[in-house]
Design a protein. Structure first.
Length: 548
């Protein structure tokens, strides 16, 4: 930590989020000298553990932004030896627990026998349909999962090389049956709400599935492209790449990035915090290093940006270094973040009023206040008009129930993900609406968790605008760009530049704005490093710049 030690590196990584750290590790392991430059005073990007309010509630820490791990890639866990650096994850069971507007508490168990027993008791007419749906989803997810750790094809590459690239991509789907091909297309483009209405009868089960599908996505359940969210969250994660894996991270999400930082130090990466990059330096038509916000410069053979595509291309790269048409395409990326975070310190344990009497701490630690499908669609409509809906979708986690390192005795921390908050308010601004929204959130949660209404010691709200200001994610979009059909795979971030390399030689992207997208996976960082190392083998000029 501290000041930059050298003036030149083989690679300068902009941003110390989990993908930046992952890319830095792989590059350093291959023998490159690497520096990571993080604007904040703490590494981790959105995966950090911090005090909510040091003055009012000292020692009460929470995962400030990202709050649960689900798709962290087993390859990244293994290669960075994260477990030896202190990472400990506890599988969530149930993986989701919905609380519907009528107060019904409905878990989604990963244990199939337990889930069948629940369905037979609660919704017998839907039991076989639900289980068959789970099986179909699992089968389709198995075909998609290998794509996570590979660069997508370059659809604008011409000639035999482009054809070979495309054929290689197509061969990855050779195991799909004739039935699965149209199903996969439907899941990539269809509406979640319409699918659920065709598949199930129970509105409670529909809301349970909704609770695990549209986190951070810009769309209501009846909008096209939202069905992919259900499939995306069933992709594997964890050390054993278990499908639908969801876990609590002991020590909060910052424990992941602190373990990654330890792996980076072991590989020789220099980690520098409190250091903001102002511009990517271009010399001779190539990325040649960075200029810091204080005006000082760092030379680098290549630059890797963990910032989102809009921040990288429209703010960090000089405008005259990019083609105006390319800049326009980047400006058109759909970004406006639809969510916020609300973190609380409580003086008593928050328990659901209608929870099962024998619920253990693992079950009590998470629940989602999820609306009916039509109410969720209406809330999205309100958000699009720049308004805050009366009924919000709130995903709640009480990590102190299973991790006493996060709060002293007699205190609990609660972190809430709030879906469908507008980035920009119509006829108002967040400085005027912040207190009202905080009161609304406490009131809505307290309807189902009475203790929240009487035990708040400290609170901190992050609106989409706050997420942008704090973490540098454009418009507060946690995925660095919406996960929608026209912004996935070979179209992420824009067609022709989905393989991590920028239009400027020696500049690369490694963040969630690249394939395969958001979530704490490490996949974009892994894939970007792999692309860089492959380019080094082919590009003699780049090798000379790094190793001369």
């Amino acid at each position: 930590m501290g000041a930059v030690k050298a003036k030149r590196y083989d690679a300068a990584v902009i941003g110390g989020g989990h993908n930046g750290l992952t890319a830095a590790f792989y590059l350093a392991r291959a023998g490159l000298s690497v520096v990571v430059l993080e604007r904040r005073d703490v590494l981790g990007g959105c995966a950090v553990t911090e005090e909510i309010d040091a003055a009012k509630a000292p020692g009460c820490r929470v995962s400030t932004a990202s709050y649960m791990a689900s798709m962290l890639r087993p390859e990244v866990i293994r290669d960075l030896a994260l477990d030896t650096h202190g990472l400990r994850m506890v599988a969530a069971e149930p993986t989701v627990q919905a609380v519907t507007p009528d107060g019904t508490v409905l878990p989604w168990w990963s244990d199939h026998a337990r889930m069948r027993a629940l369905l037979e008791r609660f919704a017998p007419a839907d039991c076989e349909r639900f289980l068959a749906m789970e099986g179909r989803l699992a089968g389709l997810a198995r075909h998609l999962e290998p794509l996570f750790m590979q660069a997508p094809p370059d659809m604008e590459r011409e000639g035999l090389a482009g054809l070979a690239d495309l054929l290689g991509f197509a061969l990855r789907f050779r195991g799909l049956s004739n039935r699965e091909i149209p199903e996969l297309i439907a899941f990539a483009t269809g509406s979640l709400g319409e699918f659920l209405d065709r598949t199930l009868v129970s509105p409670h089960l529909k809301s349970l599935i909704l609770a695990n599908s549209l986190y951070g996505k810009h769309g209501g359940p009846y909008d096209p492209g939202t069905l992919f969210g259900l499939l995306f969250h069933l992709l594997g994660g964890g050390a054993e790449s278990k499908q639908g894996f969801v876990c609590h991270v002991m020590g909060g999400m910052g424990a992941i990035t602190q373990a990654m930082a330890a792996a980076c130090r072991g590989a020789g990466v220099e980690l520098v915090t409190g250091t903001e990059v102002g511009e990517v330096r271009i010399a001779g038509g190539r990325a040649a290093g960075v200029t810091l916000a204080d005006g000082s410069t760092i030379d680098a053979g290549l630059v890797v940006s963990n910032a989102d595509p809009k921040r990288t291309y429209l703010k960090l790269v000089p405008a005259d270094a990019l083609d105006p048409e390319f800049r326009a395409r980047v400006a058109g990326i759909k970004m406006d973040g639809p969510c916020g975070k609300f973190n609380l310190v409580l003086s008593e344990e928050p328990r659901l009023e209608n929870e099962e009497p024998d619920s253990d701490a693992l079950r009590r630690a998470q629940f989602t206040l999820v609306p009916w499908l039509d109410s969720a669609q209406a809330a999205y409509g309100e958000m699009r008009r720049g308004r805050i809906a009366e009924e919000l979708w709130i995903d709640c986690l009480v990590p102190s129930l299973i991790d006493d390192s996060l709060a002293p005795q007699g205190r609990h921390v609660m972190t809430c993900f709030v879906q469908y908050l507008p980035y920009a308010l119509a006829g108002s601004d967040w400085s005027l609406e912040r207190d009202r929204l905080q009161a609304q959130l406490i009131r809505q949660i307290a309807r189902f968790v009475p203790a929240v209404g009487r035990s708040v010691i400290a609170q901190r709200l992050y609106t989409p605008a706050d997420l942008e200001a704090t973490f540098g994610i454009t418009e507060g979009n946690i995925f660095h760009g919406d996960l929608r059909p026209d912004q996935l795979f070979f179209m992420r971030p824009v067609p022709g530049y989905a393989r991590y390399a920028a239009p400027i030689p020696a500049l690369y992207l490694c963040g969630a704005g690249t394939h395969p997208g958001g979530g704490v996976t490490g996949a974009p960082g892994h894939n970007a490093a792999r692309r860089i190392l492959a380019d080094l083998k082919r590009d003699r000029a780049l090798r000379r710049r790094l190793f001369s």
